[in-house]
Design a protein around this ligand. Structure first.
Ligand SMILES: [Zn+2]
Length: 272
């Protein structure tokens, strides 16, 4: 992943997805917006207690930066589920200007319709972008520990395969900045649930330095789910950036003790 405009509205891009001229994608940071205090400064989340006017302005700053009208962005009302929506042109712009119109109870979105910017907002959870360059299908999804255990990745890849005829081996996958294995501590409850749903948690869960706590490697868990779904290991790009270690550049719910903003990842097909 590389970054542009280090002094202005900083935007990250994945190396593999950057190879396609007609594909737009980006990861935002917390740099370059107008929110203040614990939301400083490019908070794009309406639902976190920030001033709505400022969030809308931040979204417009970001939309200008990436060169796409905000009315092309589609947001979901994320709820740590494994629910995946097929988005058609009627979904374009949902949730972009206000939270109320965001797609309800949805954590993954898939489309092949050009000029819909599928958007996922996070602060610790893993934002994942998928692209099938053969069938021209894109997806965005939100995978925190709950979504990961509910197999949001498996569900989203499955939707691409069933609905659009995607071959999983053609999918490029990009895992954005999120809480990394350096920091993401969980308790026994998560470990129990992970063992129940994932079975083998080798390289996904290990003891933490804190007694009685464990490290849950969200990146490893989602990478394994992608590979199990048929995605080639060489087609997976992980930013490897931990938002808790880098909380001056990214929002981290844990670093902000539950009071913080959201950054986002977006993906859009530009051609017909
Ligand atoms: Zn970290």
């Amino acid at each position: 992943m590389h970054f542009t405009s280090p002094d202005a509205t900083t935007i990250g891009k994945f190396e593999k997805l950057s190879e396609f001229e007609h594909l737009l994608h980006f990861v935002s940071t917390r740099v370059g917006g107008i929110s203040t205090g614990s939301f400083e400064s490019l908070n794009i989340g309406f639902h976190v207690g920030d001033d709505n006017f400022r969030v809308l302005k931040n979204r417009k700053i970001l939309a200008d930066e990436v060169g796409v009208g905000l009315d092309k962005f589609t947001f979901a009302n994320q709820c740590h589920s494994s629910n995946v929506a097929i988005v058609d042109s009627s979904g374009r712009g949902k949730g972009a200007m206000e939270q109320e119109t965001a797609l309800a109870n949805t954590d993954g979105m898939v489309t092949n319709v050009p000029y819909i910017c599928l958007s996922v907002q996070v602060a610790d959870c893993v934002p994942i972008l998928l692209y099938d360059p053969t069938k021209e299908v894109i997806a965005s999804l939100h995978a925190g520990w709950k979504g990961t255990l509910r197999k949001i990745v498996t569900e989203t890849v499955g939707k691409m395969v069933q609905h659009y005829g995607t071959k999983a081996e053609n999918i490029l996958a990009a895992l954005g900045p999120s809480n990394g294995p350096c920091c993401y501590e969980v308790g026994n409850d998560v470990v129990r649930e992970a063992r129940m749903t994932l079975g083998n948690t080798y390289a996904i869960i290990r003891p933490s330095k804190t007694p009685g706590k464990f490290i849950f490697d969200q990146w490893a868990a989602n990478r394994r789910q992608l590979i199990d779904a048929g995605v080639k290991e060489a087609h997976i790009e992980n930013s490897g950036i931990c938002c808790q270690c880098n909380h001056d550049q990214f929002y981290s719910n844990r670093a902000g003790q539950g009071h913080t903003g959201r950054y986002m990842a977006g993906i859009m097909i530009k051609k017909h």
